[in-house]
Design a protein around this ligand. Sequence first.
Ligand SMILES: NC(=O)c1ccc[n+]([C@@H]2O[C@H](COP(=O)([O-])OP(=O)(O)OC[C@H]3O[C@@H](n4cnc5c(N)ncnc54)[C@H](O)[C@@H]3O)[C@@H](O)[C@H]2O)c1
Length: 334
Amino acid sequence: MPPAIEPEAVDRIALLGAGTIGASWAAHFLARGFAVSAHDPAPDGERRMRDYIARVWPMLEQLGLRPGADPDRVSFHADPAAAVRDAPFVQENAPERLEVKRELFAAAEPGLAPEAVVASSSSGLLVSDIQEGRAGPERYVLGHPFNPPHLIPLVEVVGGRRTDPAVVDWTVAFYNAHGKRAIRINKEVLAHVANRLQAAMWREAVHLVNEGVASVEDVDVAIAYGPGLRWAIMGPHLTFHLAGGEGGMRHYLEHLGPSKQVWWADLGQPELTPEVNAKLIAGVDAEARGRSPRELAAERDALLVALMRTLHNTREALARADEHPHEHGRELDR
Ligand SMILES: NC(=O)c1ccc[n+]([C@@H]2O[C@H](COP(=O)([O-])OP(=O)(O)OC[C@H]3O[C@@H](n4cnc5c(N)ncnc54)[C@H](O)[C@@H]3O)[C@@H](O)[C@H]2O)c1
């Protein structure tokens, strides 16, 4: 059974594991006005998490804070059972090893409220394996974020063999009510959905570099300055629906479907051998032109915030224009 509390009414969350992903989740929920209680066994875990929140807080201010948002509304607990006590929702972000997560859940269980939902951020483990041997296996779900969760809205939700479908529904509604964009995955697959799509794209990118068709930088430009711009707005299906003109997807499939099949048959199957790896490493070094990963990440995040603000404001203006067509021109001119 999902929590009796409505997903929109939740205002506190527990985090198990406060590293890269856990600290970013903390920042997200604090910015939404939540109280956050966290557990991480690393001796410097609390300091790292607080430093991270302080570093990203100005960016969250730019995106817009919710009432009650406060970077200090976070408590830290040595005992996982104390961290999860009274929290209707627990987000787990411990290292990606099944036995570590299982031990952590066993230690947290005595503190869990009877109807608390437990979501794992795991990139590759199956909920069906995680929930095995747990008290209340029906409460365990996947809540897989995209890094960094305080900026990227996507969360992938799927239940395991023993998850209550109502818990999956509740979890999707919970994330959507609190600034995330959740999708429901209907069956467990390795790497979920978004990472599979990324893997398919990157496989062909590596193939093109390895075959000498284009440089690492030019392959990156081909995405970031081309289809990537459209993909920030709509996915590949709706994009091709529009490529079919007035006839939409039906016309697109009749017209261009057969050629897509020929292209699919020609796509590469590269292997990450030492030689291929060396080409990729030299390629990104050239593309980075001396900028460190930290500098590049700061640039990416600044652009991401600008893009997300623009998308958010323009979507709102378009929705308002839909509701009040007579104000259409004026709204979008602002
Ligand atoms: N990094 C990503 O891009 C990314 C994206 C989506 C999902 N994930 C998933 O998020 C989870 C965490 O990954 P990460 O990148 O934050 O790793 P990380 O190494 O940055 O953080 C893991 C944290 O867990 C802590 N920890 C160690 N043992 C623990 C225990 N027994 N109980 C609680 N905490 C413990 C560590 O001290 C560390 O702070 C993984 O399941 C990973 O698959 C990662």
